[in-house]
Design a protein around this ligand. Structure first.
Ligand SMILES: *Cc1c(COP(=O)(O)O)cnc(C)c1O
Length: 379
């Protein structure tokens, strides 16, 4: 039987994107910080409880802004997982910072909070937890360590829009949080992101850094009579067409999450027998975490040939992919950063992991095909 290919990701459009872009176009509002950007900011502030939300070009840009806000100096150390996207590290490396990689937890694949304290040195300035798969790091412990040692916390919540930890939105718990609206995430604008500023005292500086180091945002609010260069900054704000697209997505963030969650739960149930047989391990979601169904991954049993499994899925026209090559085993990782302690779970789990197709509109029939093909590959 001829079957259609099941892609790994299919960007979901809510239906209002073009209408809102046309509205921005008709209103001759193209530069940043127009009406759609303001709506997105208000939504993010309301939904996360952060004191200031600022749209950026990407999560990468939001992390770079955070590094400027922290005033990272050459040699300053930032503790982070090695099992993450390159931007978590690069944002700080651009300021001369040194990523210090600690191992991840065996269960959630998030940075192991029990290893952070031993990695602290006199040069440590910040901790950058990454909420993998939209499942929160152990933030109470991380915040407690940070406060006791006078460190800042920058949450890489790229995958965490709509996720919560003990009821609090990811990105709103540390000093700063970074969201991504890249087309591979849950809520999208092609490329896009946001910086969440949680300490009210940092909000004005964040606006300045985002507007080329000027107080232009205050000028637009009539708080100053001209705008001038204040400090180091760059252009981090997206134009209104992107914000218009994003607004159509944020309005539907709830229904997007509900749809994805149904698929996530269906996989989780259908794959339980394979876990019982010891052929794979399913994701672990701690009690404290309300996740957003960003990703469904499985960890293949040790010894299973991952490439063979992926090939078998591909032969069944299913696109499944592995994920990060840990930063400490990439050429840039040890050039710009260093490892603290064993990387046993980072190495082991990253080598076993595959991600299954998950997107809004994925049907139960398509999921059955994925589960059947995976079962065939493993048995
Ligand atoms: C996607 C992602 C990023 C980068 O997001 P962009 O918006 O593409 O810059 C950073 N960190 C993590 C953990 C991500 O998943």
């Amino acid at each position: 039987m001829q079957q259609n290919r099941i892609p790994f990701n299919r960007p979901h459009m809510t239906g209002k994107e073009i209408e809102y872009i046309a509205e921005a176009h008709a209103g001759h509002m193209l530069a940043g910080d127009g009406p759609f950007t303001k709506r997105c900011h208000a939504w993010l502030e309301q939904r996360t409880g952060c004191s200031k939300a600022l749209l950026t070009h990407s999560c990468t840009a939001a992390l770079e802004m955070a590094a400027v806000l922290l005033d990272i100096q050459p040699g300053d150390e930032i503790i982070m997982p090695s099992y993450t996207f390159v931007s978590t590290a690069n944002a700080f490396v651009l300021r001369g910072g040194v990523p210090v990689f600690v191992d991840i937890r065996e269960d959630t694949l998030n940075m192991d909070e029990r290893l952070i304290e031993a990695a602290i040195t006199p040069r440590t300035r910040a901790i950058a937890p990454v909420h993998y798969a939209g499942i929160a790091c152990e933030m109470d412990t991380i915040m407690d360590i940070a406060r006791r040692h006078g460190l800042q916390v920058v949450e890489d919540a790229a995958q965490g829009v709509m996720s919560r930890y003990k009821g609090r939105a990811l990105g709103s718990i540390g000093d700063f949080g970074a969201f991504s609206f890249h087309e591979t995430k849950n809520v999208i604008s092609g490329e896009g992101g946001a910086l969440l500023v949680n300490a009210p005292a940092q909000a004005l500086r964040a606006e300045i850094i985002r507007e080329k180091g000027t107080d232009r945002t205050r000028f637009f609010r009539n708080e100053v009579d001209k705008y001038t260069w204040q400090e180091v900054g760059s252009s981090f704000l997206p134009g209104e067409l992107i914000a218009a697209f994003l607004w159509a997505q944020l309005e539907e963030a709830q229904s997007i999450t509900i749809d994805r969650m149904a698929s996530w739960n269906r996989y989780h149930q259908a794959l339980a027998p394979l876990e019982t047989q010891g052929l794979l391990r399913r994701p672990v979601v701690p009690e404290t975490c309300q996740h957003n169904a960003h990703m469904y991954y499985v960890l293949l049993a040790p010894g299973v040939h991952r490439q063979a499994v992926l090939s078998c899925l591909r032969e069944n026209e299913i696109s499944s992919v592995f994920h990060y090559v840990p930063l400490h085993s990439s050429p840039g990782g040890l050039r710009y950063g260093r490892v603290h302690g064993s990387m046993q779970f980072t190495d082991a789990q990253s080598a076993r992991l595959i991600r299954l197709p998950l997107w809004v509109g994925l049907t139960p029939e398509q999921q059955d095909r994925v589960v059947n093909a995976l079962t065939e590959a493993l048995t």
